[in-house]
Ligand binder design. Structure first.
Ligand code: NAD
Ligand code: ISE
Length: 340
């Protein structure tokens, strides 16, 4: 039987996920959509799909078995709590929520429900290159990972909508999550350094260098640049005791012409992570069909939110900011290294 899915938020990624749920993946039907912009919702609705007036109406509808949240971060908490209250599996785009207090409210609700329902959209964990990188690190032949370098460059971000806190609470969360997952460890402290500001982004605070201090002593340095103009450039390299393991550059046709020899760079996240998003939803559909969730959890969303909060504090203080996590509820007992 096909899983009947309702999508909340039909902007850029909502439309992209509707496309993959409708045209790429099997075992799933988009039966409902909603957006605070009803025209956008109507134009994104596939044939036969109902346009709901509110997220609450979509979440509680008998025609919706599971929910995909692609609205803005500040709207996620209310929508997640409504899904948990209705007992429906929910895929929520990152960030889970926009503060650690908010993450704790979602966690408390899911723990009280007693079964995992939430999967967070940390799609890098489903990317084949990241999975191979993790397999090498976990394999142990290179010894312990000592340092990890994470480069996260966006060609541009929406002017006006994307504020100076967002490189840390919207973009860095991917690097925080992938570092925890690759190094199988939690993040205990965060420092931020601000280089000369790029003139590409107007008043936006950009770029950032972030140091993530892992609990076990490894250090991750992250470059967050959100207006590099030339493309979407994601890199990663682990320095281990006996060698280096790096993400490969994406294979692309080599073009030789009057301008030289070159390879195209992805335009944005939709292109770079297209297979990862497909795989993330393949795995979500299976779990949601069984009334639960696997993959990145509310705990992982909470951890990333703590890092974002600490990074924002570190911008103001100039110091290393400490992260203290609550005790991990048994519901999330699976080690960070194993989810997805
Ligand atoms: P967007 O602005 O293009 O779309 C967001 C949509 O949500 C808009 O159509 C807006 O009207 C709607 N919306 C906002 N609040 C709502 C509410 N309360 N109820 C119903 N609809 C609401 O933004 P986007 O780029 O599609 O990003 C959406 C979410 O996806 C964000 O959380 C973002 O961080 C995340 N995202 C994740 C990735 C990824 O790589 N995993 C990539 C892009 C965006
Ligand atoms: C966007 O929301 C994403 O999640 C992308 O993966 C990330 O690269 C970008 O910086 C975010 O704005």
């Amino acid at each position: 039987m096909s899983l009947r899915v309702g999508v909340i938020g039909t902007g850029m990624i909502g439309q992209d996920h509707i496309r993959r749920l409708t045209k790429v993946l099997s075992g799933v039907t988009v039966t409902g959509v909603t957006d605070i912009d009803p025209e956008r919702a109507a134009s994104a609705a596939p044939e036969g799909c109902q346009v709901f007036e509110t997220p609450q109406a979509l979440i509680t509808s008998e025609t919706v078995d599971a929910v995909v949240i692609c609205s803005w971060g500040p709207a996620h908490e209310e929508q997640l709590l409504a899904c948990i209250h209705a007992g429906k599996p929910v895929f929520c785009e990152k960030p889970l929520v926009t503060s650690s207090e908010s993450a704790l409210r979602v966690m408390d609700a899911e723990v009280a429900f007693g079964r995992r329902l939430v999967q967070v959209g940390f799609m890098r964990r489903f990317d084949a290159d990241y999975r191979r990188l993790k397999a090498v690190i976990d394999g142990g032949t290179l010894g312990l990972p000592l340092m990890y370098k994470s480069v996260h460059r966006n060609a541009s971000v929406p002017v006006g909508l994307y504020t100076s806190d967002m490189p840390l609470n919207d973009t860095l969360v991917h690097d925080a999550d992938i570092s925890r997952w690759l190094l199988s460890d939690e993040i205990a402290g965060v420092e931020v350094r601000l280089p000369r500001r790029s003139r590409q982004g107007g008043d936006l605070r950009d770029p950032h260098i972030v140091l993530l201090h892992m609990a076990g002593g490894a250090i991750v340095d992250v470059e967050i640049s959100v207006n590099v103009s030339y493309g979407y450039d994601i890199r990663g390299e682990a320095s281990c005791e006996k060698g280096i393991a790096a993400l490969p550059n994406r294979p692309a046709t080599v073009i030789s012409d009057a301008h030289g020899i070159r390879q195209a760079i992805p335009e944005d996240w939709r292109e770079r992570f297209i297979e990862a998003y497909d795989q993330e939803f393949r795995e979500w559909i299976v779990a949601a069909g069984q009334g639960t969730a696997t993959g990145p959890s509310t705990w992982d969303g909470y951890a990333a939110t703590l890092v974002a909060d600490a990074a924002l504090r570190a911008v103001d203080s100039g110091n290393r900011e400490t992260i203290t996590m609550r005790d991990k509820p048994a519901l999330y007992a699976q080690p960070v290294s194993q989810a997805a």
